[in-house]
Design a binder for this molecule. Structure first.
Ligand code: ADP
Ligand code: MG
Ligand code: ZN
Length: 623
């Protein structure tokens, strides 16, 4: 098993050591063990919980990183119980809060939420004013803390009476614009430490890169914050990237995967999530999955037992809730959801998480795919990838940045995140786990993956990845693109490179361009991979414009442009360009210029056709 890298530092390593917190010799240790057993009905702590509990009991600020379902709530709920006084929990969603309150009331722990609906509920305020409040946990949304003067005063009084035990910031990554779920309300919590200097703050999140962690700590002004985190490696999940197919083909592919990859039990499809790009996609995919295509023999494979429901912010609250509950209770197998689905979802037996479109960042991917296999059993995570989706996502980021007048640095960060995501999809040569972990600053040797990703599985099956020098082709592409200042679509570019005599090429006299035919003999997919790698590495720029119509009728055209300053070193022969291509160790038939494109070649779909965009909603549900 993988040792969890427990880290407890205050960055400068001032007296920060996991051992300081990982023991039961504190004054409160006995009480805590009793409460764990008697009130929380748990036998023992899970990893990190004891450390976090001890740290917050010692009134230290801390940041706890634990996967969803890992047991973050206990880290503050237990301390809240063992000592009189109030713990204020700031949480972004009322639905999450309701869940917690339900659990707490079952355990008989006095807790409540202060929502807009209850603002006039004086009993809460009366209790807060009493010398020893009954209430142990007070849940609030961030905007409540910031906006309600009445609450602020009440907290101030508690603080003065030493009855304000701690603040808990759930989903703390929302405070950072570098994270993947930035919420503006959170930034207004920056003043907490100033207002309540001696009250410890506990930040909880399931996902934060080093940069996001630093940002949380800096914004909240917690220079001595202890950080507790576990490894990001989820050993029981398999990670794969498959080429995305169009429309109905994609649906049958999904059904195929379900059957072939053992995602059925007792003729029933097991529990899964399919993340979709848009609200319209959720609806379409759910309804297509529910259709039984008898000609394809589906009815024998899915005997009335595949049921999918959509979930997105466009549905009425009641419907959304109903669909989630049906899925939670295993009455439906699959939930087709936008990113609006997820925060706080904790279903242990999710056997697969598919991404019908790629997420905005690797962090988002890690978190969303991480909803599989919470029970420790196997989970299959497949991302269906197309280059066209990447272009679409990129242009959406630009559009929304323009609309919201986002800072250029924030836009750039989002584009970089997306780029990292796309690079992951394109990179079949490196172990997926190595790539994912590296994103969270963890080193991971691929030998530890044990074939639990498509790259390692391919290697086990005899595929070899070889760094190949493709500088000549790259120069060919540069020469073509440089001569077409108005830009050129990737499909056409590849045709020109491979010296195609197609009408689309000759009509515009692209067969006269320097670079025409420089990639004769290259596979189409190989040529595309080279061009994409050039975009990802910044040698070429992609530009997407909406050409016709508006809203659902808009079409987009993506063209590729020359980025001169970046290209010079290669043009002048000072730099080489290498890509890892796959090769079969044995039985490569006639060897093309680079290699046989093996079955595991990714994203071979040409995306020359402008695609209609269903709707442009980055889905999210506000509090
Ligand atoms: P998170 O907030 O990290 O997503 P939760 O705090 O909601 O996770 O906990 C997830 C589940 O794990 C809950 O059902 C909780 O009761 C359970 N749990 C947490 N800690 C323990 C423990 N030490 N022993 C047994 N069950 C636990
Ligand atoms: Mg939680
Ligand atoms: Zn691997």
């Amino acid at each position: 098993n993988v040792s969890s890298s427990i880290v407890a530092t205050d960055c400068e390593m001032k007296g920060g050591d996991a051992k300081d917190w990982d023991h039961t010799n504190f004054a409160w240790s006995k009480l805590i063990q009793q409460t764990l057993r008697n009130t929380f009905n748990a036998k023992s702590f899970r990893s990190l919980q004891l450390l976090a509990v001890n740290a917050t009991m010692a009134a230290r600020d801390c940041l706890v990183l634990m996967p969803t379902g890992g047991g973050k709530s206990l880290c503050y709920q237990l301390p809240a119980v063992v000592k009189p006084g109030v713990t204020v929990v700031i949480s972004p969603l009322i639905s999450l809060i309701q869940d917690q309150l339900h659990h707490l009331s079952e355990m008989g722990i006095p807790a409540t939420v202060l929502s807009a609906a209850k603002e006039s509920d004086n009993s809460i305020y009366d209790d807060l004013r009493s010398s020893t409040p009954e209430l142990r946990l007070l849940y609030v949304t961030p905007e409540k803390v910031v906006r309600s003067g009445k609450l602020k005063t009440a907290l101030q009084r508690l603080y003065e009476r030493n009855m304000l035990n701690r603040f808990v910031l759930d989903e703390a990554h929302c405070i950072s614009a570098w994270g993947h779920d930035f919420r503006k309300d959170y930034t207004e919590l920056r003043g907490l430490k100033h207002l309540f200097p001696t009250t410890p703050i506990m930040c909880l999140t399931a996902t934060a890169t080093r940069r996001v962690q630093d940002d949380i700590v800096r914004q909240l002004n917690l220079p001595k914050c202890l950080r507790f985190f576990d490894t990001f490696n989820r050993t029981n999940l398999t990670y794969e990237v498959h080429p995305k197919l169009k429309g109905k083909q994609m649906i049958s592919e999904i059904k195929d995967v379900i059957v072939k990859r053992g995602l059925m039990r007792n003729k029933r499809v097991q529990c899964g999530i399919i993340y979709c790009f848009s609200q319209a996609d959720c609806e379409k995919i759910a309804s297509e999955l529910n259709k039984v295509d008898r000609s394809a023999g589906d009815h024998t494979r899915f005997p009335k037992r595949l049921k999918a429901v959509p979930y997105h912010a466009g549905l009425p609250e009641a419907t959304r809730k109903k669909h989630q509950e049906m899925w939670q209770r295993d009455e439906v197998n699959i939930i087709c959801a936008t990113v609006a689905f997820g925060m706080g979802i904790n279903k242990p037996n999710v056997r697969f998480v598919f991404h019908h479109s790629m997420p905005k960042s690797l962090e988002a991917y890690h978190q969303e795919s991480g909803r599989a296999g919470r029970d420790g059993e196997h989970g299959l995570c497949i991302l269906f990838y197309s280059w066209g989706d990447a272009s679409k996502a990129r242009s959406m980021l630009m559009d929304s940045a323009r609309k919201e007048r986002a800072q250029p640095a924030v836009l750039q960060n989002n584009l970089d995140s997306l780029n990292t995501m796309v690079s992951y999809c394109e990179n079949m040569a490196d172990c997926r786990r190595t790539q994912l972990m590296a994103h969270f600053d963890e080193r991971f040797e691929r030998s530890r993956c044990r074939g639990m990703c498509d790259s390692c599985a391919a290697i086990n099956a005899g595929v070899k990845f070889e760094e190949t020098d493709v500088t000549n082709f790259v120069i060919g592409i540069m020469n073509i693109v440089r001569s077409v200042p108005e830009g050129i679509g990737i499909g056409l570019l590849v045709d020109v490179l491979r010296g195609s005599a197609a009408k689309t090429v000759t009509q515009k006299q692209y067969n006269r361009l320097p670079g025409y035919g420089a990639g004769k003999g290259l596979d189409k997919s190989e040529a595309e991979r080279i061009a994409r790698a050039m975009v990802l590495r910044g040698y070429l720029r992609e530009n997407t414009v909406r050409s016709e119509g508006a809203g659902p009728f808009a079409t987009t055209v993506t063209t590729i442009h020359y980025n001169r300053p970046r290209c010079e070193a290669i043009q002048q022969g000072r730099e080489q360009f290498k890509i890892a291509f796959s090769k079969r160790r044995t039985g490569a038939k006639k060897a093309p210029v680079i290699s046989a494109a093996v079955t595991v070649t990714l994203g071979t779909q040409p995306d020359t056709q402008p695609e209609a965009i269903d709707d442009f909603i980055f889905d999210a549900i506000g509090p």
